[in-house]
Design a protein around this ligand. Sequence first.
Ligand code: CA2
Length: 146
Amino acid sequence: MSKTVFILNGPNLNLLGKRQPEIYGADTLEDVAEHCRTTAARYGVTIDLRQSNHEGQIIDWIHQARDEAAGIIINPGAFTHTSVAILDALNAYDGPVLEVHISNVHKRESFRHHSYVSLRADGVIAGFGVQGYSLAVDRMGTLLQS
Ligand code: CA2
């Protein structure tokens, strides 16, 4: 049976491709899902991409991943910088975790420089635009092969 990777997206990322293209680009989350599926197919991996504006929903999905996902790729949006609860949920997950940010958070306001999720993430990608998701899938495919 093929391995499933959850790609979890936090608040406001449903607006991807619809607002602020100068920061986040023109691709929608559906475009991102399609690119990720193309990359994942090379590794025989299935992608399950989800987005929520609600912290508790993201935590429930991380718990679900304990039984259903071989790895998690997460862009927690603004929860990156605030959520100890998401960090705690990820700490209870055994598989590889990769953190993605579309923008280069280190080039932006100082409150975006700290990430709670990075304390758990096995790798972090920032500032590669939405291509960062496909790069993370590539890395996840490699990690799941070994
Ligand atoms: O760069 C990233 O991927 C972020 O995780 C995006 C978050 C931001 O709070 C983080 O600091 C960095 C914001 C997501 C908002 O997404 C939008 C997309 C299109 C239009 C408006 C918002």
